[in-house]
Design a protein around this ligand. Structure first.
Ligand code: UDX
Length: 446
C-alpha cells in the first residue's frame, strides 16, 4: 500500500519505518525541513534504540522516503496517517491545531479517494471534527479511521512490530477491511470498533496504566510505614492474573509525553460532559507528590538542612533508554533542590543536553560519567532506572563520595547487597531490611 505519514515524531517516524519494514511504500512528511534533511541523510532526530538500523545505510531506501512536500505525497498515497503532536494547552486540554492544520492541507491536496487515519492521541469526537474540516474544503471521497498508537518510547520498534493489539475505529466496512489487511502481518489481535470507542480506548488505557502506577506508589508509601516491602507486595499482587505484574513498579512516579498529558486531557474531556473523574484526579495528584519523596528522604538525612550541600543526581530522562525529558520527575526534583540552595551534580547517559535546555537555570554541574557526577557529593539520588546504574562498583562509588548517602528513587539496587556496604541507603517502599527498622516499626493494633 502507498502510505503517507504526517509528522516525524516518535509515533510518526516509528510507524513509517515499521510499515516500510513490512513491505509498504511509505513517505514521511514533516514541516520541519531540518528534521527532514537529517532523515534524508540517514540521521535520526530522536534517540530510540534500534531505529538507526532501519534508517541509516538506506536499508529501506527503496520504499521509505522523507519530504516536506505534503501535497504531492498525499496525492500518490491511498492511506494518509496523521501522527502530529497534540501537546497540552495550559488547562490540560489537547491542542488540536496541528491536527486541524494537517486536515486542511490534506483536503487541499486531495485528488481522489483517500483513507485518512489519525494515530495522534485525540479527544473523542476529533475524527468527526477532522472529517468536517475536510468536507468543507473538498468534494473528494474519503473514509476516516481512528488508529490509536500504544508504543512505548525506548521499545517503540518492538512494540510496533509486536503489538498486544491493534484497534481500528472505522465507520466504513471497506476501509476497516483494508486496515485489517494492512495490520494482520503484525498481530491477530485486531479489534474493529466505532471511531469514538477507538478514540476513548487510547485515553482509557493510558489512564488505567497511570492509575496502576499511582496505586503501587501509594502502597509503597504505606509499606514504608508498616514495614512491608513493596517489591514483594507487587510480586504477590501481580501473580493474580486479574491484576497482572506489569506497571506495578513503585518509584518517583510517571513522566513522559503521554501519561501526564493524557490523564489531564481525559479529566478535561469528562469535565466537558459534566462528569468529574475523581479517581483520575487523585492519580494525577498522587503522581505529582510522589516525586518529592526523594526530597523528603534527603531532608530526613540532613535534618532539614539542605542548603550548601552537594547532591549528585543520576538519571534525568523520564525513564531509561530515551533522551526524552518531557514531564520528567527530575525537573521538579532538581528545581526544588536548587531552590533549597543545593549544588547539583547531574549525569544521564543520553538526556543531559535536552534536560539542560529544559531546566534553563544555573546551579547544576553536568557530567559525562556517573562516577564523576557522584564524586565529592554529600548524597546521591537515582531518578531514572538506567541499567548501567545497577552495574556500578559500589565500593568505588562510596569511596568517591563525601558521605555515603544513597536515595534510590527507582529501586534500582538490590537492598540486601546495599546492607553489605557502608551506604546509608533508602529507596521507595522497602524499609523491611533496614537494620533496626523492625524495632522502630509501630506495633499495629486493631
Ligand atoms: C506510555 C504507554 O506505555 C504507551 O502505551 C503509550 O503509547 C505512551 O505512553 P511511555 O510514556 O513511552 O509509554 O513509557 P512507559 O514505559 O509506559 O512509562 C511511562 C512512565 O511510567 C515512566 O516515567 C516510567 O518510569 C513510569 N513507570 C512505568 C513506573 O513508574 N512504574 C511502572 O511500573 C511502569
Amino acid at each position: 500500500m502507498k502510505i503517507t505519514v504526517i509528522g516525524t515524531g516518535y509515533v510518526g517516524l516509528v510507524s513509517g519505518v515499521c510499515y516500510a519494514e513490512i513491505g509498504h511504500e511509505v513517505v514521511c512528511v514533516d514541516k520541519d525541513s531540518a528534521k527532514i534533511g537529517m532523515l534524508q541523510a540517514g540521521e535520526i532526530p530522536i534517540y530510540e534504540p534500534g531505529l538507526e538500523k532501519f534508517i541509516a545505510g538506506g536499508r529501506l531506501a527503496d520504499r521509505l522516503s522523507f519530504t516536506t512536500d505534503l501535497p504531492s505525497s498525499v496525492r500518490r498515497s491511498e492511506l494518509i496517517i496523521i501522527a502530529v503532536g497534540t501537546p497540552p494547552l495550559p488547562n490540560g486540554e489537547a491542542n488540536l491545531s496541528y491536527i486541524d492544520g494537517a486536515a486542511q492541507e490534506i483536503a487541499m491536496a486531495m485528488d481522489g479517494y483517500k483513507m485518512i487515519a489519525v494515530k495522534s492521541t485525540v479527544p473523542v469526537g476529533t475524527n468527526e471534527r477532522l472529517a468536517d474540516i475536510i468536507r468543507s474544503r473538498t468534494d473528494e471521497p474519503f473514509d476516516s479511521i481512528s488508529l490509536p498508537e500504544f508504543l512505548r518510547e525506548g521499545t517503540a520498534i518492538y512494540d510496533t512490530l509486536h503489538p498486544d493489539r491493534i484497534v481500528i475505529g472505522a465507520e466504513s466496512e471497506a476501509a476497516a477491511h483494508k486496515m485489517v489487511e494492512l495490520h494482520s502481518p503484525l498481530t491477530d489481535q485486531l479489534m474493529v470498533t466505532d471511531i469514538r470507542s477507538a478514540e476513548m480506548i487510547k485515553y482509557a488505557s493510558n489512564a488505567f496504566l497511570a492509575t496502576k502506577i499511582s496505586f503501587i506508589n501509594e502502597i509503597a508509601n504505606i509499606c514504608e510505614k508498616v514495614g512491608a516491602d513493596v517489591l514483594r507486595v507487587a510480586e504477590g499482587m501481580g501473580r493474580d492474573r486479574r491484576i497482572g505484574p506489569s506497571f506495578l513498579k513503585a518509584g518517583i512516579g510517571y513522566g513522559g509525553s503521554c501519561f501526564p498529558k493524557d490523564t489531564k486531557a481525559l479529566i478535561q474531556i469528562a469535565g466537558h460532559v459534566d462528569y468529574e473523574f475523581k479517581l483520575l484526579r487523585s492519580v494525577v495528584e498522587v503522581n505529582r507528590d510522589q516525586r518529592f519523596s526523594v526530597i523528603r528522604k534527603l531532608e530526613k538525612c540532613f535534618d532539614g538542612q539542605l542548603a550548601g550541600k552537594t547532591v549528585a543526581v543520576w538519571g534525568l530522562a523520564f525513564k531509561p533508554n530515551t533522551d526524552d525529558v518531557r514531564d520528567t520527575p527530575a525537573l521538579e526534583i532538581i528545581s526544588r533542590l536548587l531552590d533549597a540552595g543545593v549544588h547539583v551534580q547531574a549525569y544521564d547517559p543520553v538526556a543531559t543536553d535536552n534536560f539542560r535546555l529544559l531546566l534553563g537555570r544555573e546551579g547544576v554541574s553536568w557530567h559525562g560519567k556517573a562516577m564523576e557526577a557522584a564524586s565529592g557529593a554529600d548524597a546521591l539520588c537515582v531518578l531514572t532506572d538506567w541499567e548501567e546504574f545497577a552495574q556500578v562498583n559500589l565500593g568505588q562509588l562510596q569511596a568517591s563520595m563525601k558521605r555515603p548517602i544513597l536515595i534510590d528513587g527507582r529501586n534500582v539496587f538490590d537492598e540486601e547487597n546495599m546492607l553489605n556496604t557502608g551506604f546509608m541507603y533508602d529507596s521507595i517502599g522497602r524499609p523491611s531490611l533496614k537494620q533496626g527498622m523492625k524495632q522502630q516499626m509501630p506495633v499495629l493494633q486493631f
